[in-house]
Structure formats: structure tokens, C-alpha cells
Ligand binder design. Structure first.
Ligand SMILES: [Ca+2]
Ligand SMILES: [Ca+2]
Length: 304
């Protein structure tokens, strides 16, 4: 059970870990820190279109939800980068996927399994539709030339007309935190917020996009092994959930001062109202050890 492991783990890992330095130069197609690496494309299904171009179709929750992605090839050996389709994977027995000259059609066969629809929280999914058509041109369309298609930027709330949405010198397609520039002069409370969020991101074992709610109105980058992090103000988080529905993990960590130079943090991991957990902790900053010490975790809770 994650909860018990977590209590032990936070003591050990927070104590051992040094604050990591920001890592720049994230390259798409080479590392998996932002865009998919071609090497990581799973060849689960390969179809050929009328122009003899091969298409592989696979599913991923890289941009938050379980959706179809494609890549194409002229020889079925060397593949393009992964292209996001925005088509949700719905619970059905079979799909029929057809690559035409200009479009790719995704059709569900058989009844959608409504009881299983819980994992498809997306508000904008119309489950009465039995299929989607995606025009190939929309898969590549990248108005600002930052390496992310307009379709992708629509999903992750970056500006499709601006190469570098957060103006930190890293183009959106090379930026693991495309909505937040690195922050300087963090207060102790903000540093603890960042430390706890990064600890939880380390524990999170997929590359699914996560949203982090800004603390203290401070937009900041968070280090993570793989996958995007979207830093949003509390108001933007509400709007994001309203627009996309539930399903994308939202991490919140507020920090308050307590007596005796201690800080109290409250962490929350939210996916949906019935799928959330959190805890409080106290600790203090040791000037001598230049690290957080004396962790005490309490008030652990799980939504039911
Ligand atoms: Ca773009
Ligand atoms: Ca940027």
C-alpha cells in the first residue's frame, strides 16, 4: 500500500537528496523528457495508406489522458516522431483504424463499456460518437515552429502562436515545464513546496503529464525524470479541470510557518473527487546541515 511505504520513503529520500540543479538542453526525439523518443514508439499496430505510407497506432497518456498517437514511415523501419491525435481511447472491444489519403479514421466496434468509463474522466468526450476522424495535416500543423503541433499545444495550454510560451529561452517543444520559467530567490516556504512536489514526481512512475498548482503565486519549474509538468495558478487549475474534466493528476502543496521555526506543509494529489490523497508534514530547515530535517508526517488521508 503506497501510504505506508510513503511514510518511510519520505524520511529517507528527502534526507538523502540534494536539491537538484536545473537541467537544460532537453532534446526532443533523443531524450524522453519532453517529446517522445522515436525509439520509444511501441509498434502495436501498423497499417498502410493508399500512398504506401506505413502508420503505426498506439496509445499513451503522455498528455494527460489515454489517447491515440501515431507515427509514420516510408519503409516500416525508420519512423517519424510520435504524433498526437487527440482521439480518446474509449472502453470498447474493438477498434477499426483506417488510414486514408488525407485522414485517419478511428471507429469503435461494439458497445462502449459504460461502467468502465470511470477511467475516462474527460468532460469533452461524447460517448455517443462511435468514431473520430483526424486529418493528417492537423497532426503536423505547428504554427509557431516550436516542435509541438497546434493540437498538442491546445491540450497543454501553451500558446500555439508563440515559440516560447513562458519566455525562458527554451522553445515549448524543448521545455519540460513549458508554462513556467525557472524561479529565483525562492523563500524557505517555496523551497519546501518545490522539494515535496519533486519528491512526489519522483515517486510517480509514469510519464503522464501532471499539473502543479502554484504556491504563493510563484510560477516555478519542477525537475522530473520524464513527462511534462504544467505549473498553473489556482484559478487556471480550476479552469483547466472545467475544460478538460477529471483525469490529469493535480499536485498541490501549501506551506505555512508554525512555531519553533518549523514549517507545516499540506500536500494533495488529486485526480478526481473520489481519487485523491494527501498528508501534512512538518519539518525545519537546518542551517548547519543545509537541509530539511525533523520530518514528521501526519494526517494522511485517502478520498473514498
Ligand atoms: Ca507549435
Ligand atoms: Ca519555454
Amino acid at each position: 500500500m503506497k501510504k505506508n511505504i510513503f511514510v518511510l520513503a519520505i524520511f529517507i529520500s528527502l534526507a538523502l537528496r540534494n536539491a537538484p540543479g536545473a537541467e537544460n538542453g532537453l532534446l526532443p526525439h533523443i531524450t524522453n523528457k519532453n517529446l517522445f523518443s522515436t525509439a520509444a514508439i511501441p509498434m502495436t499496430c501498423i497499417i498502410k495508406d493508399s500512398s504506401n505510407i506505413y502508420w503505426t497506432v498506439f496509445t499513451s497518456d503522455y498528455l494527460g489522458f489515454h489517447e491515440f498517437w501515431v507515427a509514420y514511415s516510408h519503409d516500416a523501419v525508420n519512423w517519424s516522431r510520435a504524433l498526437y491525435t487527440g482521439v480518446p481511447v474509449l472502453p470498447s472491444d474493438n477498434y477499426q483504424i483506417k488510414a486514408g489519403g488525407r485522414q485517419i479514421d478511428f471507429d469503435w466496434r461494439g458497445e462502449l463499456k459504460q461502467p468502465e468509463a470511470r477511467q475516462y474522466y474527460r468532460a469533452i468526450i461524447d460517448t455517443t460518437i462511435m468514431g473520430y476522424t483526424v486529418y493528417k495535416s492537423t497532426l503536423y500543423e505547428d504554427t509557431d515552429g516550436d516542435g509541438l503541433s497546434d493540437l498538442t499545444e491546445d491540450r497543454i495550454w501553451t500558446d500555439p502562436n508563440l515559440l516560447d510560451t513562458d519566455e525562458d529561452g527554451k522553445a515549448d517543444g524543448l521545455d519540460q515545464n513549458p508554462l513556467a520559467a525557472p524561479a529565483e530567490d525562492l523563500t524557505l516556504r517555496e523551497k519546501l513546496h518545490k522539494r515535496i512536489i519533486e519528491f512526489e514526481l519522483e515517486e510517480f512512475d509514469t510519464n503522464q503529464l501532471v499539473v502543479v498548482e502554484q504556491f504563493n503565486g510563484k510560477s516555478m519549474e519542477y525537475e522530473r525524470e520524464a513527462g511534462l509538468v504544467l505549473s498553473m495558478s489556482p484559478g487556471a487549475v480550476d479552469a483547466f479541470v472545467e475544460f478538460t474534466g477529471y483525469g490529469v493528476p493535480i499536485l498541490t502543496c501549501t506551506v505555512k510557518d508554525t512555531t519553533k521555526n518549523r514549517l507545516k506543509a499540506s500536500f494533495q494529489f488529486f485526480v478526481a473527487p473520489d481519487d485523491a490523497w494527501g498528508y501534512d508534514l512538518v519539518c525545519r530547515w537546518s542551517k548547519r546541515e543545509k537541509d530539511w530535517v525533523g520530518f514528521k508526517v501526519f494526517n494522511e488521508w485517502v478520498a473514498d
